[in-house]
Design a protein around this ligand. Sequence first.
Ligand SMILES: CC(C)(COP(=O)(O)OP(=O)(O)OC[C@H]1O[C@@H](n2cnc3c(N)ncnc32)[C@H](O)[C@@H]1OP(=O)(O)O)[C@@H](O)C(=O)NCCC(=O)NCCS
Length: 144
Amino acid sequence: MPEIIRIDMDNPLYQKERELRNKVLLRPIGIPDFGWEMNDPMSWHFVAMDKSVLIGCVLLVPIDTKISKGQLIQMAVETNWQGKGIGKLLVQSLIAFAVSKGLKEIEIHSRAEVTSFYEQLGFKVYGDEFEEVGIKHRLLCLKL
Ligand SMILES: CC(C)(COP(=O)(O)OP(=O)(O)OC[C@H]1O[C@@H](n2cnc3c(N)ncnc32)[C@H](O)[C@@H]1OP(=O)(O)O)[C@@H](O)C(=O)NCCC(=O)NCCS
């Protein structure tokens, strides 16, 4: 069974995480490789590992100075592993970590077509659809 671990940016797995994000998140919507890394140094990075192979990732970035609120970003699962529960495991690990750090709320700018993935994990939709990086998004929040 794949496991979820938290890594720092000096871990060699970070380079694999960047490759996965390029492939699964950025290229399909026409963003240049490595084009969405501005929050990486401030974020906690979670990766899903199948033995030594990185198959998924998600980041949690604090978005207020008191670190009571975080944003889930850069959620991606390797194409041939999608639909096998890896995304769910990643988000559950991120939530448990956020609770352990005393965060009170997690928000997501979710691509509109995957909103129900997050709703199944307890997030609620707020407000109307909006456009970000050229595609439709929704705001979701989870109170912890
Ligand atoms: C969206 C994504 C992260 C989901 O991860 P996953 O590992 O495929 O999802 P899981 O297998 O853990 O699915 C968990 C549940 O969510 C549902 N789900 C998965 N992908 C979904 C999607 N795209 N839309 C709606 N529901 C979805 C599953 O049916 C499953 O329900 P179940 O427990 O009743 O069977 C993954 O498919 C992915 O990387 N997609 C491309 C990149 C992307 O869109 N990232 C999100 C940016 S906001």
